[in-house]
Design a binder for this molecule. Structure first.
Ligand SMILES: Cc1cc2nc3c(=O)[nH]c(=O)nc-3n(C[C@H](O)[C@H](O)[C@H](O)COP(=O)(O)OP(=O)(O)OC[C@H]3O[C@@H](n4cnc5c(N)ncnc54)[C@H](O)[C@@H]3O)c2cc1C
Length: 386
């Protein structure tokens, strides 16, 4: 693996870092406390080219690739994970339209996602009773003379009430399970589409997570994204890429927690010296840094494979699984190093721990990542036994 970043990758990362530190970090606590959606910040990310990092320049993206995207996302997440989740979903929606859309769909939707004009993209797959088992979704898309009528309820949709462009999954075929699911591009404001009250979440409080109601929402034929009945494959491909994003987000949050712990350990004195001089504290810092680095490498390996057009599903699942569990441990370590001060809102590590928790749940829980990894291992084994 080549660790030298190209000048283009370096520029993307430095742009993200500078914006994160100068503009996101100072108000991250306020967005968390007051649940302020980062609309202006997302528009700014669009202007900086960070909402379509892996999208071709011809469609308004930066064309800088998946490694640059993962590194940039980590920088944003280190400052404010709420902004990073909206950024990640927007990139994912832009990429899935690039991968499966017609030329007309790409030209109509991708530039507005990348520029920030659409504010955000939303990925509407989960339903109240269909989470890990997404193939059991019940939203239906009935044929009409000119297109489809969507009816059903979506659950947990990040930026679902703010996004200008939504991709919605619905059942077009009579068959149960993965077959007969199709994906649709639904612009915000389409009659019959409405968002419910944002969830009152433990973390990511600057990001909105909403139910969506599709009540006879009519879309034209050309709203279909990919072939009819192929929607589940569209979703799974997008989620493979999305998991690299969540892994990168986890690395960013863990990096912020580790830096906070290092700073605090040097400054906090007990028994007449900085607590950083106690070996018990040093061991925690060393373990956290090692695990954060291992996660970073897993994320970059998955990103590089995707960028090179190699299979990356297993690698993305490993990166997401390890990085999200690592972030939980590192945030917990950072609270421990802060002692009682780690348990109060005044110190950042408390917010970081709340923000990190969901990384083990969304875009496939840890249990689901283990299923993906184990299935891939067993298949490889079967393919190689004589
Ligand atoms: C903040 C937030 C934002 C989200 N954003 C989006 C979004 O933008 N778009 C979207 O479509 N969804 C989104 N989600 C939904 C998210 O992807 C789901 O919550 C997740 O897939 C888990 O589904 P569930 O919550 O229904 O849990 P369930 O699937 O009901 O799982 C409950 C528990 O059972 C375990 N489990 C389930 N099946 C198995 C199995 N076969 N083997 C072992 N264990 C199993 C799970 O791992 C989990 O521990 C978001 C969720 C949250 C919390």
């Amino acid at each position: 693996m080549d660790f030298d970043l190209s000048s283009e990758q370096q520029l993307v990362v430095e742009t993200a870092r500078a914006y994160a530190r100068e503009h996101l970090l100072p108000r991250a606590r306020e967005r968390d406390e007051k649940e302020i959606f980062p609309e202006e910040e997302l528009r700014a990310l669009g202007r900086l080219g960070l909402l379509g990092v892996n999208v071709p320049e011809s469609l308004g993206g930066s064309g800088a690739g998946v490694v640059a995207y993962a590194l940039a996302l980590s920088e944003i997440a280190a400052a404010d994970a709420s902004v990073s989740v909206a950024m990640a979903v927007t990139n994912m929606v832009a990429e899935v339209i690039c991968a499966y859309g017609t030329e007309a769909q790409k030209r109509r939707y991708v530039p507005q996602l990348c520029s920030g004009e659409a504010v955000a993209g939303a990925f509407a797959l989960s339903e109240p009773q269909a989470g890990s088992d997404a193939a059991s979704l019940r939203t239906v898309a009935e044929r009409t003379p000119n297109g489809f009528r969507l009816c059903g309820t979506k659950q947990w949709i990040t930026s679902g009430d703010r996004a200008g462009v939504l991709v919605v999954w619905a059942r077009t075929g009579a068959s149960v399970g993965a077959r007969g699911i199709s994906a649709f591009i639904v612009p915000a404001g389409t009659p019959g589409l409405s968002a419910g009250r944002p969830e009152d979440k433990m973390g990511l409080r600057g990001s909105t997570t909403v139910p969506l109601v599709l009540d006879g929402c009519e879309v034209p034929d050309d709203a279909l994204l990919g072939a009819e009945g192929e929607g589940f494959r569209v979703a799974m491909t997008a989620l493979d890429g999305g998991r690299i994003g969540i892994g990168a987000q986890a690395v960013g949050v863990a990096t912020a927690a580790l830096e906070a712990a290092l700073a605090y350990a040097r400054q906090r004195r007990q028994f007449g010296r900085p607590i950083a001089e106690f070996q018990a504290i040093q061991n925690q810092l060393a373990d956290a840094a090692t695990q954060r680095e291992a996660a970073r490498l897993l994320v970059l390996r998955a990103a590089l494979r995707k960028e090179q057009g190699l299979p990356f599903s297993r690698e993305a699942a490993m990166a997401k699984l390890y990085a999200s569990e690592m972030a939980g441990r590192v945030c917990d370590m950072a609270i421990q190093v802060h002692g009682g001060y780690g348990y109060v809102r005044e110190f950042t590590v408390e917010r970081l721990a709340r923000d990190a928790r969901v990384q083990r749940i969304y875009e496939g829980t840890s249990e689901v990542q283990r299923l993906v990894i184990a299935r891939s291992l067993l298949k490889e084994f079967e393919d190689h036994v004589p």
